[in-house]
Design a protein around this ligand. Structure first.
Ligand code: ADP
Ligand code: MG
Length: 386
C-alpha cells in the first residue's frame, strides 16, 4: 500500500486538476472486514468487525453557493453534481448517491452544509464485501463535519452514513460497516452492541500469534439494494414477530426448540443463524481476551456453516474459498460481509500464507472459475483527516 501522505498529495493534485483550485482538506476512511457477526446488526445484535489498511480518501473544498460537484478516480464513475436546495433522494442514482446522501442526511440532522467540490479515490475494492460504500460515506461525513465545525461524534457520523445508505442509496443495511470505519483502532476489532450502540476495542493479537488475515475476493458481485439482503431482513422481522419479541437479539439458544415449533422451517433456520451468531460473537470476543486469536478458528468455521446452511447467503465460490483455505493451513475461515458473493476471510499462520494462496487459486482454476484476488489485511485505525 502507498502511504497516506502520498495518497493525500496525489489526490490534492487530482482535485486541483479537476476543479481548478486547491481542496480545503483531505480525509480518509477505511473499509472493513467483519471478523464475525453477520446480519446481526439489524437484529439489534452483536458484531465484531475491524477497519482495514485500505481506505477511501476524499479531497473537499467548501463553496460559497449551494452547488455540489463530485468526481471519482474510480473507472466508470462519471462526474456528478446537484443543487442542495433541489435535492430529492429518489432522484439520486449511481455512485454519487453515497456522498450526496451523506450531505442530505447531515442537513436533516441540523448541520448547515455548504455547497462543496469533492474528489474521491479508493484502495478498497468496490463490491468485494469490504464496504467501499461505508468507507466513502464515512470519509465524506467526517470531511463535512470538520468543514462545517459541526463537531459530531464518531458514532453519530457512522449513523449519518447508515442513513444515507438506507434512505438515499436504498440499501437496507445495518450500522456495522460505518461503525467499523469510524471507530476502528490499530490492531483491534470493534465489539459493537447494535442495540445500545456501545462499543469497545478488542485487541486481536494477530501479529503476536503469528497469524495473517487473508482476504479472498471471489469477484462474484453482490447487490445489496435488492434481492437477498432485503429478503433476509424481512425473514428476521417475521421470525421476531412469530416469537413475540422486539428483535431477534431477544432470543437465546434455549428459545430455539420453541422457535422450531412456532415458525416455518425457512424462518426457523434464519432465526437460528442470528441466535447462534450472536453467541459466537460474544464467545469470540471473550476468547480473544483470554486465549488470543489461535482459539477462535472453530467459531469462524461454525459461523460460515451457519451462513451457508441456515441463513443461505453463501455461494459456491465462497464455500470453495473457505474449504480450500481450511484444508491448506487456515485455522478458521468464513465468508464476510452481506453475502451472495464478495469476500471470504481466513486466519492463516504466516508460514502457510503462500500455500493457502496457491491452493485457492488452483482450486478456482480447476473449476474454470475466474481467479480470485487474494491479499492480507491489517486491523487499522478508523476515519481521520490527513
Ligand atoms: P461494497 O460496499 O461491498 O464495496 P456496495 O455495493 O455496497 O459494495 O458499494 C459499492 C458502490 O459504492 C459502488 O458501486 C459505487 O457506487 C460506490 N463507491 C465505492 N467506492 C467508490 C469510489 N471510490 N468512487 C466512486 N464510487 C464508489
Ligand atoms: Mg456496501
Amino acid at each position: 500500500m502507498s502511504t497516506s501522505a502520498t495518497v493525500g498529495t496525489a489526490l490534492a493534485r487530482a482535485f486541483a486538476g479537476h476543479f481548478g483550485r486547491d481542496p480545503d482538506g483531505v480525509w480518509q476512511a477505511p473499509g472493513r472486514v467483519n471478523l464475525i457477526g453477520e446480519h446481526t446488526d439489524y437484529n439489534d445484535g452483536l458484531v465484531l468487525p475491524f477497519a482495514i489498511d485500505r481506505a477511501t480518501t476524499v479531497a473537499v473544498a467548501a463553496r460559497a453557493d449551494r452547488t455540489v460537484r463530485m468526481a471519482s478516480g474510480f473507472p466508470g464513475a462519471e462526474p456528478a453534481g446537484f443543487d442542495l436546495d433541489a435535492f430529492a433522494p429518489e432522484q439520486a442514482a449511481g455512485w454519487s448517491a453515497y456522498p450526496a446522501g451523506v450531505a442530505w442526511e447531515l442537513e436533516r440532522a441540523g448541520v448547515a452544509v455548504p455547497g462543496f467540490d469533492l474528489f474521491v479515490t479508493s484502495e478498497v475494492p468496490v463490491g468485494a464485501g469490504l464496504s467501499s460504500s461505508a468507507a466513502l460515506e464515512c470519509a465524506v461525513a467526517l470531511a463535512l463535519s470538520d468543514l462545517t465545525g459541526a463537531g459530531l461524534g464518531r458514532a453519530d457520523l457512522a449513523d449519518i452514513g447508515r442513513r444515507a445508505e438506507n434512505n438515499v442509496v436504498g440499501a437496507p443495511t445495518g450500522i456495522m460497516d460505518q461503525s467499523a470505519s469510524m471507530l476502528g483502532t490499530r490492531d483491534c476489532a470493534v465489539y459493537l452492541d447494535c442495540r445500545d450502540l456501545t462499543s469497545r476495542p478488542v485487541p486481536l493479537g494477530l501479529e503476536d500469534s503469528g497469524l495473517r488475515c487473508l482476504v479472498i475476493d471471489t469477484k462474484v458481485s453482490h447487490a445489496h439494494a435488492s434481492g437477498g439482503y432485503a429478503d433476509r431482513r424481512a425473514s428476521c422481522v417475521r421470525g421476531a414477530q412469530g416469537m413475540g419479541v422486539a428483535a431477534l437479539r431477544d432470543l437465546e439458544a434455549a428459545d430455539l426448540p420453541r422457535a422450531r415449533r412456532a415458525l416455518d422451517d425457512v424462518t426457523f433456520r434464519r432465526v437460528r443463524h442470528i441466535v447462534t451468531e450472536n453467541e459466537r460473537v460474544a464467545r469470540t470476543a471473550e476468547l480473544l481476551g483470554t486465549h488470543g486469536p489461535l482459539a477462535i478458528g472453530e467459531l469462524l468455521d461454525a459461523s460460515h456453516r451457519s451462513m451457508r446452511d441456515d441463513f443461505e447467503i453463501s455461494c459456491p465460490e465462497l464455500n470453495l474459498a473457505v474449504d480450500t483455505a481450511r484444508a491448506s493451513g487456515a485455522i478458521g475461515a468464513r465468508m464476510t460481509g452481506g453475502g451472495f458473493g464478495g469476500s471470504a476471510i481466513a486466519l492463516v499462520p504466516a508460514d502457510d500464507v503462500d500455500r493457502a494462496r496457491s491452493a485457492v487459486l488452483a482450486a478456482f482454476a480447476a473449476r474454470g472459475l475466474r481467479a480470485p484476488d487474494i491479499f492480507t489485511v491489517l486491523p487499522a485505525k478508523g476515519a481521520r483527516r490527513l
